[in-house]
Design a protein around this ligand. Structure first.
Ligand code: AMP
Ligand code: MG
Length: 486
């Protein structure tokens, strides 16, 4: 077995941060897909990873030298309700690797069996959710969004039981800047374990926000940590929204402190635009709708701030004021990020009135226009096409024509095209395509999964042979609900 250059730090933290656990053995590991370029960036030989030895490791049947498998402890607010103990119930951190850019990355198996945190669950993952996370996380990366990555997907030869019956088992290998969550802080804060919160905060600063230490010594480093996390969340959510992405389970245990998108359960990209759009079958109250994401992020950040209060000041009132003041900056910061992204998306200059963006989005919502396709056609107009195709998307032409004239007058013909091209993907992982790829895989055909994953690697490029992946679903292809499937 070749050396995987593990350099573990989480395993050196106090024992109450995790539970050591080896992966479960599985009967018949088989590779589905290996991410060769990601493997190379982690200094893992992609050919070895794709070999039977590599697949055995990815399925959890062998533990590579230097790995220290462990389940991380965390808590979390799920749909607003607090669970003091969640933790990795079906995932194991194998260890960390410094990648070729010098960034420390976690290597994690998901679906590798029961842990101390499994509660009633089997610790396993079904094939569908594994493929979903592979497609979605790699698509997000190619779209330029901070995200955990997919190193590999393998099947295990096991059959696992889920609500809709027996399904093939699979293991997903996730690579992340870290798996530290708001919920990790909550776990210790709920136990009033102030020392652990401090240790975790110091660890987080060293790993993700080392610049905190460059600041003026009079400022509390933990307050700067909070501000840094507020900024990275604001940037992330603005980016999600500009792509029509709905995370679907923005629980505090699914909010990564690094600012990466994590946990691709029932997430989805919108087809027809609507701010209240929701797909997740478990989000009955539409808590995590597209347009609610900034306020939910702020809610989650407020829970994060609460865990840090004792580190800010011994005086609770002073500490609370410090947290409030930091949190109050979220909304302006998010607003700027959002407007910057949407200005670029509409190809508008910085001094263009925001009302053009707001009216444009209302128009899309009123007439249920496909979000991605609208911007695709707008880009074509900027490239010299007639407005006819765009206009034909609207049943009520009057409001569209009024808006279009405003847009044309406000945008600079010499500058809008590069902006539109850079901000608007041609290809997104549309729900119906993801669903078709999963269903084909269940029937033994992985070709649609590979084709979709390959095409999504260059989402901003014209790919003539993939034109059918661009189009919105036909009425019978529409996916109205997405599932966690765990
Ligand atoms: P998630 O869907 O990843 O946000 O998971 C929420 C919580 O449920 C986490 O603590 C998971 O570890 C746990 N969980 C989800 N699926 C399983 C499973 N199949 N077995 C054990 N625990 C699970
Ligand atoms: Mg989760």
């Amino acid at each position: 077995m070749p050396d995987i250059p593990f350099d573990n730090t989480y395993a050196r933290l106090p024992e109450r941060f995790f539970a050591k656990q080896d992966p479960a053995r599985v009967p018949m590991p088989e590779g589905i897909r290996i991410n060769a370029s990601l493997a190379a960036s982690l200094r893992i030989d992609p050919d070895w990873l794709a070999s039977s030895e590599g697949i055995a490791m990815l399925a959890g049947n062998t533990i590579p030298i230097g790995a220290e498998p462990l389940a991380q402890a965390y808590a979390g607010h799920q749909f607003g309700g607090f669970s003091p103990q969640l933790g990795d119930g079906r995932a194991l951190l194998l260890g960390e690797i410094i990648d070729t850019d010098g960034v420390r990355r976690d290597l994690q198996l998901k679906g590798s069996g029961r842990t101390l945190f499994s509660r009633g669950g089997d610790g396993k993952a079904a094939l569908g959710p594994v493929l979903r996370e592979y497609i979605l996380s790699e698509a997000m990366h190619a779209l330029g969004v901070p995200t955990t990555r997919a190193l590999a997907a393998v099947t295990t030869g096991e059959t696992i039981l889920r609500q809709d019956g027996p399904l093939p088992g699979a293991v997903f290998t996730r690579v992340a800047a870290s798996h530290l969550r708001v919920g990790t802080f909550q776990y210790f804060a709920a136990q009033q374990d102030r020392e652990a919160v401090r240790e975790l905060a110091d660890y987080t600063i060293a790993r993700h926000y080392p610049e905190v230490h460059n600041q003026n010594h009079a400022t509390c480093p933990y307050l700067t940590l909070l501000k840094s996390v507020i900024q990275s969340q604001a940037e992330l959510i603005a980016q999600w929204m500009s792509l029509g992405f709905i995370h679907g389970v923005m629980n505090t245990d699914n909010t990564a402190i690094s600012g990466e998108t994590i946990d691709y359960g029932p997430c989805a990209f919108m087809d027809a635009f609507h701010p209240q759009c929701v797909f997740s079958s478990i989000d009955q109250q539409a808590r995590y709708a597209w347009g609610n994401q900034p306020s939910i992020a702020l809610w989650n950040l407020t829970r994060f701030a609460e865990t840090l209060l004792p580190l800010f000041d011994d005086n609770t009132e002073r500490a609370t004021d410090m947290a409030k003041s930091a949190l109050s900056e979220f909304s302006d910061y998010f607003g700027q990020q959002y407007m910057t992204r949407f200005r670029a998306k509409f190809g508008l200059p910085v001094d263009a009135p925001e009302t053009i963006i707001q009216r444009g989005l209302s128009l899309l919502a009123d007439q249920q226009i496909d979000f991605t396709l609208f911007f695709r056609h707008l880009t074509r107009i900027a490239a010299g096409d007639s407005p006819e195709t765009l206009s034909s998307m609207f049943t009520d032409k009057g409001p569209f024509e009024t808006w279009f004239t405003q847009w044309r007058d406000a945008s600079d013909p010499a500058k809008r095209l590069p902006s539109l091209r850079a901000a608007n993907p041609i290809l997104i992982p549309r729900n119906h395509r993801v669903e078709q790829a999963i269903q084909a895989a269940y029937a033994g055909d992985y070709a649609p999964f590979h084709r979709l994953t390959d095409a999504l690697a260059t989402p901003y490029s014209e790919q003539e042979n993939e034109a059918d992946l661009e189009t919105p679903p036909t009425p019978d292809e529409i996916v109205t609900e997405t599932f966690c499937g765990t």
